[in-house]
Design a protein around this ligand. Sequence first.
Ligand code: CTP
Ligand code: MG
Length: 248
Amino acid sequence: MDDTKRAQPRSVAVILVAAGRGERFGAERPKQFVELLGQPLFLHSFKTLARSRQVGFLVLVVTPGWERLAQEAVDAAGLAGRVAALVPGGATRQDSVWRGLQALPETELVLVHDAARPCLPEDLIDRAVQAARRAGAAVAALPVADTLMRQGDGGEIPRAGAVVERRGMWAVQTPQVFDAVLLRQAHDEARKALFEASDDGTLVLRLHRDVELVPGDRENLKVTTAADLEIARLILQRREQRGEDGSS
Ligand code: CTP
Ligand code: MG
């Protein structure tokens, strides 16, 4: 590995997907726009990404109709200059990433992150980028800690059908970083085949290409329900108190 290449600043373009509807969260607005420590939730990971030395072009994909609010929040945070494009998302996450890809210029690497993960650790960005330079594709993931059971067939009350071997199972997060050409190819081929997945690593794996599993972080949780939002609040508050939030 060539170290001068690894140190290359701003060679990573980011697609931050914030275009979901937050149905499981069930608020009156999409969860990425709910308030978290005085700011819309999406702005937390946006700020972390915007601060990164590695990140150049930043595309923000938002729920159609929420573009103005998103832009105002970015402007209020003094980061107007960091959004290269703000584009409306699609009906599925995959479609939203694809729309982000259409707004990207030529770049070496693309990092995709879910805005619903507000506690993105800065070092995880660097580790995922390094891994993608090695392998062409890298996803943050954690070894599964819980016992896994597959639900059995039939019955109104769920019953266990079988135990799934936990060893070797990883729960996949974002950030996910890819060689830009590879990610475009993975999306184009998935679209042609009407193949839909809940993350981008799956689309690359479908092409039988290497995807490195980068140890993620428990704090990098995805806000799905109101309880997750409270945990995220505690994590960010503690970082703020310790001066680890990049604001000082
Ligand atoms: N996302 C997106 N476009 C979509 C759907 C999801 O950009 N059409 C984004 C979400 O905003 C989120 C990430 O993809 O940052 C992960 O999706 P998820 O956690 O499922 O969020 P929602 O789809 O909004 O939530 P739900 O599934 O409960 O409706
Ligand atoms: Mg969803």
